[in-house]
Design a protein around this ligand. Structure first.
Ligand code: 3HC
Length: 711
């Protein structure tokens, strides 16, 4: 980020300096080298000015304090040594602030992240606003690096090793209230008095007063954080947990753990050295590059209207939903919780409506339980939910989403009925995973107002939304659906109206290969385990169970009908459905489930499928077949314009079903393997296992031109 004009300015009144950071021309404050130089100059001037007795520091941005170090700057670094120097320079600057001879109090409003929080940690007193925009934390791990400006040293000293590791290793950010409870900030105030309270703290400190910080947690905290033996136990447990969650794919959490431990054992100076060294090493890893690319891709998507030249979105204040089942109620609860809109839920009878409202309210209850919202907010949001067995209220809704049974005729019927009740300007969105939007829209009086919004289940948790314009959808309808999806907290990609859209399309060969592998003697556990070791959150067999085998079977039929033989599986899933095994929801699928918990594989499944686990193909081949089949289909879909850019395809796969983020998504992964190698491997698989593996034209073309998806 390049700044124009000074970012850091200060005024001195009655012996108090009020410094304000406002990086001009940029939406958020970030600490670049240039800004760091300004910090140094500012604090030097204030140190030398005998009239200054204390400093109060604020951000000049309305909604962010400081978003951290400038990510764009550190991704350009060419070597670990350079990155280490950058970290050491940052540490030195913050060390000067920590040792500043006059008290420094900081008033935090808005995002205070990474290097921004590390700066606040170096200050002598921290006041934060209790506003929802105030989020405090160290998200560096999510970028594949570690807090490199003293955060791995100062945070554990302030809040104890356990709480600090909890924040640092997960790259968590917390709302101000939680940050206050943990001791990360000293005082919590409404925004209107932030300035006065911060100044008052600075003033108190000039009289020699210092905050007395008592770590929360009582005896347990003392036992685990307060002595070396307890701490050793904490580190051992944390290491075990990191290894279990990262499976060795992400080096940053282990490195951060080492840095925190080293600092607590050998002192701050040694800890800082190790911190800078490991920051340097991590900053140039491929994993970090991939995670940073994901950060910038999601940031770009936040601004994407979804259609070129689209008019601004219609602000949705009232949402109506048809179908109060699992999806409908999930959409209702999430829309209220995230976007605070008025929601009207409609179903055929009041019993179902009541169940749907209850489930939607469950999402709000969960937020209350996890203290994401206050009791007051909870009551206000619950009051926004209403329902009925008629279309009453639909006339005032700017957006109607249907989430009824996955059947074209049923959806068209709902569309016709809803249109009767809707205003001429309302948008009708269909939540479908397989049915073409253009077909649904054929029943509409206003097909230009019909669009697809494919949510993933469970709606409250899954971060992706596919928005699908039909052949006649108006651009303003696209931007309205995209903007509302974003307000619901989703990362939104706009995809072409084609069977399976993007996510289910590229999942089809991956899930379909399961049947072939089992038929050849592979075991369920081995197939899942290999996929998890590759980096997927769950293997394909578990995924099938989670989605529901009946749903998966239905999707598979649609895909085969649309794309033919290459997506044909062996029919194993259909056999299980016939036997009443629907996956997790029925307590039995490929696996057994008891009280919602996954138990082992149900051995009788093999007999049902008429197969025997007897070793099957080699592990490397199993993995190749699972992954390369998916990459091939992804390449083919890109060629057909299913996604508007490789960026959207990768983000869709990462957020839609957890394609390993450290691999950057299927298209980045294909680029890393190289189209020529990929095509050659697919040829070999095709020779041995049939034409479903034949490399698609797009890959062959890339291979011929020695080209990539990304420039
Ligand atoms: N560096 C560079 N650019 C950044 C940035 C950062 N740390 N944080 C945000 N930006 C940019 C975005 O890329 C975007 O740029 P654009 O307008 O040119 O596309 C712009 O700021 C606005 O960002 P968002 O669209 O994301 O704005 P939001 O209001 O939705 O979110 C935010 C604001 C919560 C601050 C979010 O941007 C965010 O999470 N930023 C990253 C925070 C982070 O990871 N910080 C750690 C940095 S690493 C570090 O500090 C290392 C240290 O330990 C040494």
């Amino acid at each position: 980020m390049g700044a124009s004009g000074p970012a850091l300015t200060w005024d001195i009144t009655d012996g108090f300096a009020v410094a304000v950071l406002d990086v001009k021309g940029q939406p958020v404050n970030v600490i670049s080298r240039a800004v760091k130089d300004e910090f140094l100059a500012c604090f030097e001037a204030l140190a030398n000015d005998a009239s200054v007795r204390a400093v109060a520091f604020f951000s000049g941005k309305p909604d962010t304090f400081i978003a951290g170090a400038d990510i764009e700057e550190f991704v350009k670094l060419g070597s670990a040594a350079e990155a280490e120097r950058l970290s050491a320079d940052g540490q030195e600057m913050l060390d000067r602030i920590a040792r500043f001879p006059k008290p420094v109090a900081v008033g935090i409003h808005g995002a205070c992240l990474g290097g921004g929080f590390e700066f606040a940690l170096a200050c002598h007193y921290r006041v934060a606003t209790d506003h929802p925009k105030t989020q405090i934390g160290l998200p560096e791990i999510q970028l594949g690096i570690l807090p490199g400006a003293g955060g791995c040293q100062r945070l554990p000293r302030l809040v104890g090793a356990r709480a600090a590791l909890d924040m640092i290793l997960a790259g968590k950010t917390e709302r101000a209230a939680k940050a206050f409870r943990l001791g990360m900030v000293d005082e919590l105030v409404p925004p209107a008095i932030l300035r006065d309270v911060t100044l008052a703290a600075a003033q108190r400190m000039t009289g020699g007063w210092r905050p007395k910080r008592k770590r929360p947690g009582g005896f347990t905290a003392w036992l685990l954080d307060g002595n070396p033996l307890g701490r050793r136990l904490v580190f051992r447990m944390a290491r075990k947990q990191v290894l279990a969650t990262t499976r060795g794919h992400y080096p940053a959490p282990l490195a951060a753990l080492e840095v925190v431990e080293h600092g607590l054992r050998h002192g701050m100076a040694e800890g800082l050295k190790r911190e800078a060294r490991l920051f340097g090493q991590l900053a140039v890893t491929d994993v970090s590059r991939k995670l940073v690319q994901i950060f910038f891709a999601t940031t770009q998507l936040k601004k994407d209207a979804g259609a070129t030249g689209a008019p601004p979105p219609v602000p949705v204040k009232r949402l109506a939903i048809v179908g109060s089942g699992f999806m409908g109620s999930g959409i209702a609860g999430t829309a209220v919780a995230q976007a605070g809109v008025d929601v009207r839920l409609k179903d055929a009878d009041l019993t179902r409506v009541a169940q749907g409202l209850h489930a939607a309210r469950g999402i709000l209850d969960d937020r209350l339980k996890r203290r994401r919202i206050t009791r007051y907010e909870h009551a206000r949001l619950v009051a926004l939910l209403s329902g009925g067995d008629t279309f009453a209220g639909f006339g005032r809704a700017e957006l109607v989403i249907e989430a009824v049974f996955e059947d074209l005729a049923v959806k068209q019927q709902v569309l016709r009925e809803a249109e009767e009740a809707m205003s001429g300007a309302g948008v009708f969105a269909s939540n479908t995973s397989t049915i073409p939007i253009t077909s649904i829209a054929e029943a509409a009086r206003g097909p230009e107002r019909v669009i697809g919004m494919h949510f993933f289940s469970p709606v409250a948790k899954m971060p992706l939304l596919e928005v699908i314009p039909g052949a006649r959808t108006a651009p303003g309808v696209v931007s309205t659906a995209v903007a509302f999806g974003r307000r619901m907290g989703k990362t939104v990609i706009v995809v072409k109206d084609s069977p399976g859209f993007w996510v289910n399309r590229i999942l089809a060969p991956y899930a379909g290969e399961v049947g072939h592998l089992l038929a050849e003697g592979a075991s369920v556990e081995e197939v899942d385990d290999l996929a998890v070791r590759f980096g997927f959150p769950v293997g394909p067999v578990t995924l099938l169970d989670e989605v529901g085998l009946d749903v998966a079977d239905k999707v598979a039929h649609v895909m085969v009908a649309a794309y033919g033989e290459r997506l044909q599986s062996t029919g194993g899933v259909a056999a299980l459905v016939k036997a009443g095994r629907l996956g997790r929801k029925s307590g039995r699928g490929f696996y057994l489930y008891k009280a919602g918990k996954k138990r082992g594989v149900d051995g009788s499944v093999y007999a049902l499928l008429g197969v025997h686990p007897n070793g099957g193909p080699r592990p490397a081949e199993i993995l190749q077949r699972l992954v390369l089949g998916m990459l091939n289909e992804a390449a083919r879909a890109v060629g057909e314009g299913v996604v508007r850019a490789p960026r959207d395809g990768d983000i869709g796969a990462i957020f839609g079903f957890g394609f390993p983020p450290f691999r950057g998504g299927p298209l980045r992964h294909a680029d890393d393997l190289g189209a020529a190698r990929l095509a050659a491997d697919l040829e070999r698989l095709a020779e041995r296992h049939g034409p479903r593996f034949a490399p698609c034209d797009v890959l062959q073309d890339l291979a011929r031109r020695n080209a990539k998806f990304y420039p």
